[in-house]
Design a protein around this ligand. Structure first.
Ligand SMILES: Cc1cc2nc3c(=O)[nH]c(=O)nc-3n(C[C@H](O)[C@H](O)[C@H](O)COP(=O)(O)OP(=O)(O)OC[C@H]3O[C@@H](n4cnc5c(N)ncnc54)[C@H](O)[C@@H]3O)c2cc1C
Length: 499
């Protein structure tokens, strides 16, 4: 392999491009949007700067690996800072837990409403640590290319150790009883776009990952991660075409040989798709070329949840807000019934606020705040021809934003609406249209079933040679550090063929 075309400049695509280019491969990266970053974008509204998309940044080593793999140091490109406390969790009964790395501090806060849960917290963390260790060893750093990998005896052993058929909620119930504690740790399922009542227990590992490895902010905003990766890619000679939409993957004799795009045809020895794998199969490859991924098979995957975002610039500072803030509703279970069963926008959602102005005064005017407000939303309904509608019409989106802001006012963010200077909303439809996310899903397919968690669409196309996948829908899964890993894993495997 001497040349590669990469479809999409999300974090997964950039990670793969950098690793390949660093090893001497001629890499062309084609991105349909005017900027790189995929689901992570910078939005400037007047003098307020926002990051739209990921904000909780964990597992720094997976970003550092990208730089290290080509002999650079991440600190020369991106400036992270650790957060303490990690996040503020506010419950409907008025209790608050500031997530910290100190077991004692956590126990003290949980004891205020559930003394027995507090007593069990250290055992829960030990379990979370064990799950994270198994996950790192068996799943996160391995490619899944087919049945050969799935049937490996070492994987089978690890599989049995992680309670694959126990849900996260069931695991939590072994340690905790209070609705606040259950919601606090159950929310980790949503980090992979799923429900704690259905997703496997393995996601308890997030508690170890966050509380022991920490959560980080980025000076200048999370989008600086994309800027750092883009700078490095350019230094290594990656040819980047923005506003370039790939329409079709060229397949000759069951082998991908290039792509047709709005900027013309690009031939290459290998095609790596960073765009959502299900969107790629459904829209860029004729069905006759992909018997293993028929339209019926694509429709059988359950998408992860989507998101509804309000960006609010307000001429007010709320001292009760930290960098990361979560406002839980009184009935957490209801949220997941609406998301995955009824598939309707949430009436009383958990509301997450990222306020990076808390630590970085450059992102908003003085005495003002840049609030990124996110609530979970159902994925878009399935429909033929990949034209999506769903409930998020323009007028509904506006009303819904008003509803979310009103809810926050009731939770103590007084005069939020009357302090607004700038505002924008983003719906699942925007996510689908701008990034090609299948049915507007944030994390590709959900992890509500063990099969979808552990055996995602493979990193290598089953029926087509020289076509590979990186990013959230494929293995190991969604979330910025994980897609960064998928880019590295695929590149490393491709480079084996080069040498
Ligand atoms: C609101 C929101 C909040 C999130 N919060 C977090 C968080 O706190 N922490 C975290 O770690 N993760 C979070 N995530 C998830 C995280 O953003 C994603 O998992 C990750 O960024 C996905 O990266 P990716 O490489 O898989 O692909 P993407 O970012 O989806 O990039 C794929 C790229 O392919 C391009 N593309 C698609 N089709 C074509 C085509 N035909 N031609 C050319 N280009 C094409 C798209 O435009 C896009 O740029 C969040 C996401 C959202 C939307």
């Amino acid at each position: 392999m001497k040349s590669a075309v990469i479809i999409g400049g999300g974090i997964g695509g950039l990670s793969c491009a950098i690793r390949l280019a660093g090893a001497g491969v001629r890499v062309t990266l084609l991105e349909q949007q005017a900027t790189l970053g995929g689901k992570l974008q910078r939005v400037q509204l007047g003098s307020y700067q926002f990051d739209r998309g990921p904000s909780t940044i964990t597992m720094l080593e997976s970003f550092a690996k990208i730089f290290k793999s080509v002999g650079r140091h991440i600190d020369d490109y991106i400036h992270f800072y650790p957060l303490t406390p990690l996040a503020r969790n506010v419950f409907a009964d008025g209790h608050t837990v500031d997530l910290t790395t100190s077991i004692e501090a956590m126990q003290q806060q949980i004891a205020a409403f559930a003394p027995q849960d507090a007593a069990n917290y250290p055992q829960f963390m030990a379990e979370a640590r064990k799950l994270y260790a198994i996950s790192k060893k068996a799943f996160l750093h391995q490619l899944m290319l087919g049945w050969h990998d799935k049937l490996k005896p070492s994987l089978a052993v690890s599989f049995l150790q992680i309670h694959p058929f126990t849900t996260l909620q069931k695991l939590l119930l072994r340690y905790f009883k209070h609705p606040n504690t259950l919601a606090l740790f159950g929310r980790y399922a949503t980090y992979v776009g799923s429900s704690p009542y259905e997703a496997p227990a393995i996601f308890a590992m997030m508690a170890s990952l966050e509380a022991e490895e920490g959560i980080y902010g980025v000076y200048g905003g999370t989008y600086e991660i994309v800027c750092g990766l883009e700078k490095l890619a350019i230094e290594l000679g990656v040819e980047i075409h923005k506003s370039c939409r790939v329409q079709r993957i060229i397949i000759e004799h069951k082998c991908a040989t290039g792509v047709e795009s709005s900027a013309g045809t690009f031939q290459a020895d290998v095609v790596v798709a960073n765009a959502d794998a299900l969107t790629v199969y459904a829209t860029m490859i004729e069905e006759r070329h992909r018997p293993a991924m028929s339209d019926k098979k694509i429709a059988s995957y359950e998408p992860s949840l989507s998101g509804y975002v309000v960006l609010a610039g307000v001429n007010k500072v709320y001292p009760q807000l930290l960098h990361h803030n979560v406002y839980f509703p009184p009935n957490y279970e209801q949220e997941f019934k609406q998301l995955f069963k009824e598939k309707t926008p949430l009436t009383e959602p958990t509301i997450y606020i990222c306020y990076n102005g808390h630590d970085d005064r450059e992102v908003a005017p003085q005495d003002s705040s840049n609030l990124f407000i996110l609530v979970n939303a159902p994925s878009l309904p399935e429909s033929t021809g990949f034209q999506y509608n769903g409930p998020f019409t323009e007028s509904f989106s506006e009303q819904y934003g008003e509803h979310v802001l009103q809810m926050l006012e009731k939770r103590g963010l007084n005069d939020l609406r009357s302090s607004l200077q700038v505002q924008a909303t983003f719906t699942p439809v925007d996510l689908h249209q701008q990034t090609g996310a299948h049915r507007g899903a944030i994390y590709g397919i959900s992890s509500n079933r063990a099969q979808q968690t552990f055996f995602r669409p493979g990193n290598r196309a089953q029926d087509i040679d020289n076509l590979w996948f990186v990013g959230g829908t494929t293995h190991p899964g969604g979330g910025t550090p994980i897609v960064a890993l998928s880019g590295q894993l695929v590149a490393e495997r491709l480079l084996l063929n080069l040498h």
